[in-house]
Design a protein around this ligand. Structure first.
Ligand code: ZN
Length: 72
């Protein structure tokens, strides 16, 4: 899909997209409360947590060792 917007409409379009995103977050909340807990509990001195699953462990071939998300 490709969406074309005239240059002068970009700020208004960005506002619409942001408002739509904020509305959906407010309606649905966060999807993975377990992930929120993992990210909040992560040790700031340790491995950074994976943004997808929250696992804080050394990468395997530049990927999260739990979910496989490429983080390299
Ligand atoms: Zn992961």
């Amino acid at each position: 899909m490709e969406l074309l917007v005239q240059e002068q409409d970009v700020p208004q379009f960005a506002r619409m997209m942001r408002d739509d995103w904020v509305r959906s977050v407010q309606q649905e909340g966060t999807i993975n409360t377990d992930l929120d807990a993992k990210l909040a509990a992560h040790d700031p001195d340790g491995e950074p947590p994976c943004p997808a699953c929250g696992t804080a462990a050394p990468l395997v071939d530049d990927c999260c060792s739990d979910c496989g998300l490429y983080l390299g």
